[in-house]
Design a protein around this ligand. Structure first.
Ligand SMILES: Cc1cc2nc3c(=O)[nH]c(=O)nc-3n(C[C@H](O)[C@H](O)[C@H](O)COP(=O)(O)OP(=O)(O)OC[C@H]3O[C@@H](n4cnc5c(N)ncnc54)[C@H](O)[C@@H]3O)c2cc1C
Length: 396
């Protein structure tokens, strides 16, 4: 494996940088860099700018509207976007349901949904988890009973990220209760505006509305919205999870946050010197930086595999990626110290230009730290990822 970028890759990176210089709206960049909350409109605006350039779905094949980049170019693009402070592209449509529709969906589903995902006409959310089915996902109880040309869906999903904005949800539902639990699950695409769908917010500790409960009460879903075959949904669900976990590694974003930590720790003083020069704090920063470099190499190794399909190594990227992210948020909080404690939601929402606490860098860091505890849970908890690694990679 050659760890150096080729001249073509470097030229590509320059091209991406030039595009970001001219097209990334400064107000969005400012919000991302300051760790402020992004609105639906912020996400959609950036999605549409990338879509107009043909760059919103780097991993898609050209025939469906992808740019035809190599895996290394995709990595460079994601890294440059994150370093520049671009909002992330919501993964539920582009990176999660789209690959499943491409691989297992009907021709009609491909023709209808994929262009709408590219243009952001539909905001998607993920209906996997239920109150009794998180890590043990196959225990899910939401039922879909066939009645003529419809399924009638009843049940509840939970932790559904940003479902309050969603037009569509991809859902795992039980279509056969009488077989081994993995064999009676189907993958349905459900219109969130259909009668019988209710979204109830779960408001978090930091007063943010990020997750929801979603209830289905006799929701009628056309049979045409079944992906692939009935009762084969577990296979499609696992295929989707491989894509989800690879995306969680987020090396570019962590590189941006590492630079932020260093900047903050150069500004903060300890014993009359910059905190970054404190041997204990500096050693912690160095340890995370080394982990991040190792993670980036691992991402590149996975990308350089001939088939590029995310397999169980996606679990390694998920565990390491989230450990680095959580370590960085810890360092930020420690560097900011008591300045991070005042809670100022109006500043986080961008309603006030400066924080009441008097330190704009520090003000969002406590909510940010607490929010990032989620990363080792969502996408399949890290304990479960370690089980996958021991079984599927180490063969134990
Ligand atoms: C912020 C956030 C957003 C989310 N967004 C979505 C979403 O949009 N859509 C969606 O469908 N889901 C979403 N989830 C749900 C997420 O995928 C689940 O929370 C996750 O899979 C863990 O399931 P659980 O919460 O039921 O925990 P449990 O399964 O009850 O696990 C509790 C603890 O026990 C451990 N544990 C359980 N079983 C084992 C085992 N066999 N071996 C070792 N340890 C074990 C777990 O690792 C965990 O630490 C989100 C979660 C969060 C926190």
């Amino acid at each position: 494996m050659d760890l150096h970028y080729s001249d073509e890759d470097l030229a590509f990176r320059d091209q991406v940088r030039a595009f970001l210089d001219s097209h990334l709206p400064p107000d969005l960049q400012d919000k991302v860099r300051k760790h402020l909350r992004l609105s639906k409109d912020d996400y959609v605006r950036w999605h549409k700018i990338l879509a107009a350039k043909g760059w919103v779905a780097p991993a898609w094949p050209v025939e469906y509207g992808g740019p035809g980049w190599t895996p290394v170019q995709r990595h460079l693009f994601e890294e440059e976007c994150a370093l520049a402070g671009a909002p992330p592209i919501m993964p539920f449509g582009v990176n999660m349901v789209a690959p499943v529709i491409m691989a297992f969906g009907s021709q009609a589903q491909k023709e209808y949904y994929l262009p709408r995902i590219l243009s952001c006409e539909d905001w998607w959310c993920q209906g996997y988890s239920e109150p009794g089915a998180g890590s043990d996902l196959a225990s899910l109880k939401t039922t879909a009973v066939r009645e003529g040309e419809h399924y009638v869906v009843n049940g509840q999903k939970t932790w559904t990220t940003l479902a309050q904005h969603a037009d569509m949800i991809f859902c795992l539902v039980r279509t056969d209760p009488g077989v081994r639990k993995q064999e009676g699950i189907s993958f349905l695409l459900i219109d969130m505006h259909a009668p019988g769908v209710t979204v109830r917010p779960i408001i978090m500790l930091d007063e943010d509305h990020e997750v929801n409960e979603v209830f289905f009460d006799n929701v009628r879903v056309p049979v045409a919205n079944l992906v692939g075959q009935e009762n084969k949904g577990w296979t499609y669900a696992k295929y989707l999870l491989g894509h989800e976990r690879t995306g969680i590694a987020a090396v570019g974003r962590s590189r941006r946050e590492l630079a932020f930590v260093k900047r903050l720790a150069m500004r903060e003083q300890r014993n009359g010197r910059p905190l970054l020069e404190d041997p204990l704090f500096g050693a912690r920063v160095a340890a995370v930086e080394i982990e991040l470099m190792a993670l980036e190499m691992t991402v590149l190794r996975v990308l350089s595999r001939p088939d590029h399909a995310p397999g169980p190594e996606a679990s390694v990227l998920k565990v390491k990626g989230t450990e680095v992210q959580q370590a960085l948020t810890e360092l930020m909080l420690d560097a900011a110290g008591p300045m991070a404690f005042p809670f100022d939601p109006a500043y986080l929402e961008g309603e006030r230009e400066h924080s009441i606490a008097g330190d704009d860098d520090a003000a969002p860091l406590a909510p940010y730290y607490f929010n990032y505890r989620k990363t080792s849970i969502y996408g399949g908890s890290n304990e479960i990822q370690r089980n996958i690694i021991t079984q599927m990679i180490l063969g134990l």
